[in-house]
Design a protein around this ligand. Structure first.
Ligand code: NAD
Length: 312
């Protein structure tokens, strides 16, 4: 199988590439390295079935030159920083255009299958918990979530208009080795700078579901290989949820620090657009036969250990 991976040099993308290479597929990574890193994929450079293209999805001409003869596209390229949308809402616009460009070139080149990395943020601040895939109306509260929802709409419309097939995965917070953003990454960096005090955004009571990166990749591949509808939509999360205060305690514990003062910026959310509490209903993918190896607390603990061993 010939697989094209946008964002394949990023955190989740590079783990996906490792798994696809492990299956013996021919893999091409298309990434502009805006947040991705060459060292995440360099162990594949030089292999016969691997190629890397440093380019932007906004460059449609380049994309047309590269996207030929693939069986499936895994579309992970996006700016994943939800907080950035407060200062730079145009990143959402770029992510939507990137998705449109990709789908349009797929149409032109007759590439029929797309796997898209969406997010729990499409649900906004929904009153229901845990959230099933068919919950609506979807009213995101961050521009990042809005861009993901718009991209889901584009994927769906291209499937219906141009006979394509899609697998859309709404990820929970994904954590683990090579993670370059998010709460665990922030806490470790802050405590390395000042081991006496930790600034926590919001009131620390935000409670979300965390998914370990190997579970994320495994779930995505399982869904892709086993779900056969024209549009296959799944929540991809873990069991349980973890409070931010608990994450702070776990980081302090794993870093073997004593007497750390927690300083809160206050308010129920970490930033504008932050959904303070959410939990997925993952029974749909479980019914298909998949379940995560780690629950939310285990995923957090394992990711802290990973990042402490890694130079971040
Ligand atoms: P990441 O930043 O590590 O990976 C994104 C990759 O896309 C990077 O390598 C970056 O260089 C590349 N990229 C960005 N814009 C591009 C463009 N215009 N053209 C080409 N390449 C481009 O982020 P990640 O955490 O690995 O996220 C992967 C995907 O999963 C993203 O779509 C993200 O929105 C989604 N997602 C992530 C999480 C999470 O918790 N990490 C949760 C929900 C959804």
């Amino acid at each position: 199988m010939r697989v094209f991976v946008t964002g394949g040099a990023g955190f989740i993308g590079s783990h996906l590439v490792d798994a696809l290479m492990g299956k013996g597929y021919v893999v091409t990574v298309y990434d502009n390295l805006s947040s991705g890193r060459m060292d995440f994929i360099e162990h594949h450079i030089g292999k016969k079935n691997f190629s890397f293209i440093e380019a932007d999805l906004l460059d449609q001409k380049k994309l047309r030159e590269c996207l030929e003869g693939y069986d499936v596209v895994f579309h992970l390229a996006a700016n994943p920083d939800v907080r950035l949308g407060v200062e730079k809402p145009d990143v959402a616009k770029q992510d939507i255009i990137a998705t449109y460009n990709l789908l349009d070139v797929m149409r032109l080149k007759n590439v029929k299958r797309i796997v898209f990395s969406s997010s729990s943020t499409v649900y906004g601040e929904a009153p229901l918990m845990p959230l099933p895939e068919d919950y609506g109306p979807l009213l995101p509260i961050s521009v990042y979530g809005a861009a993901k929802l718009a991209s889901e709409g584009l994927v769906s419309s291209f499937c219906h208009t141009f006979d394509m097939q899609a697998w859309i995965f709404r990820f929970a917070n994904v954590v683990g080795l090579r993670c370059t953003h998010g709460v665990i990454f922030d806490f470790i960096n802050k405590l390395r700078k000042n081991p006496k005090e930790l600034e926590i955004l919001g009131d620390g009571r935000q409670r979300k579901s965390y998914l370990y990166v190997s579970d994320c990749v495994d779930g995505m591949l399982f869904g892709f290989e086993n779900a056969k509808d024209q549009i296959n939509l799944f929540n991809l999360g873990s069991d349980g949820a973890t409070e931010v205060n608990r994450i702070a305690e776990m980081v302090v514990d794993e870093m073997k620090l004593g007497d750390v003062r927690f300083k809160y910026t206050g308010g129920k959310r970490g930033w504008k657009g932050d959904v303070p509490r959410f939990q997925f209903d993952i029974s749909k993918i479980k019914k298909l036969g998949w379940k995560p190896q780690y629950n939310s607390d285990e995923a957090v603990r394992k990711a802290i250990r990973d990042l402490l061993q890694e130079e971040i």
